[in-house]
Design a protein around this ligand. Structure first.
Ligand code: ADE
Length: 278
């Protein structure tokens, strides 16, 4: 796999490692520049060097710049952490190191600086949509016990959590945020409206999908999907999406505002436990 990845490029000031550099521009397309401050830039190579995230870079839609926080470390050993004031276990990322790094990496004061932390607002499709409107983002990956509170006060404009659990560091969270955000940019997925069909795009889960063979171990693809009747297929998909959301995510369903006719249909089919073919 390593051979398939692009070569590392070390910039002259020795501060910024652009591991993945876009190779072409896509005129007229919305592009995003995402700077990431991390102690582990190499963690990004696999997920960002393959599939859609890599294609987005090749098409010039994502300009991903990975910055090794160690380069702003203090002293001969480039220290980035220290023990917590007041005692207690673990290490804290230093304010002087982190704030300096953020100030040097940030293009200008309009670039949002987002700390990945379990204390942030919870990430979802809507937040990804908001971030996809930005031209530039700076993601700051926390590590160890956390960051000195003064970093928040001085240099962070937003905090994002990807869920109510604690990761070892913000890197995986940053990659989740990048992926979900970049796939919403026009031109990243094959068809321009592909992201609009995603689960959660309209607040609902997607219904079931099928491909060939039409009969697999006795389970059939619903006949309607083979009919070529796009109007009926579209109604079927919408209903399946509502049904699935109602069954699995009542919290989302409550905000979905289905029409009267849809509610009737759901009332008739909610107890089926199987997929109605209408
Ligand atoms: N860092 C550690 N846990 C995290 C989480 N759940 N979300 C974002 N960043 C984190």
């Amino acid at each position: 796999m390593a051979a398939a990845l692009p070569r590392e490029k070390q910039l002259p000031d020795n501060r910024e490692i652009v591991i993945l550099e876009s190779v072409s521009r896509a005129p007229g397309r919305t592009a995003v520049q995402i700077d990431v401050l991390t102690l582990f830039p190499q963690m990004f190579e696999g997920p960002m060097g393959l599939s859609m995230m890599w294609k987005a870079q090749e098409r010039g839609l994502l300009h991903l710049r990975l910055h090794d926080l160690r380069n702003w470390g203090e002293g001969r050993r480039r220290q980035v952490v220290d023990t917590p004031c007041g005692g207690g276990g673990g290490m804290i990322l230093r304010a002087d190191v982190l704030v300096r790094a953020i100030e040097e990496v940030r293009s200008d004061s309009t670039q949002p600086v987002i700390l990945l932390t379990p204390q942030g607002r919870v990430f979802n499709q809507q937040v990804a949509g908001e971030l996809a409107q930005e031209e530039r983002l700076l993601l700051v990956c926390g590590h160890y016990e956390g960051v000195d509170e003064r970093v928040r006060q001085l240099a962070i404009s937003d905090e994002i959590s990807i869920g109510d659990y604690v990761l070892t560091g913000g890197e995986l969270a940053a990659m989740v945020v990048i992926d979900a955000t970049v796939r919403q940019l026009p031109g990243v997925l094959g068809a321009d409206d592909a992201a609009a069909r995603d689960s959660h795009a309209d607040g609902l889960l997607e219904g079931p999908h099928y491909t060939r063979p039409t009969d697999f171990r006795g389970l059939q693809v619903p006949e309607l999907l083979l009919s070529g009747d796009h109007g009926r297929i579209s109604t079927w998909r919408r209903r399946q999406s509502l049904l699935r959301t109602m069954q699995r995510r009542p919290d989302l369903f409550a905000a979905a505002h289905p029409g009267d006719e849809e509610l009737d249909w759901l009332a008739r089919h909610r107890a089926d436990g199987q997929l109605p073919d209408t």
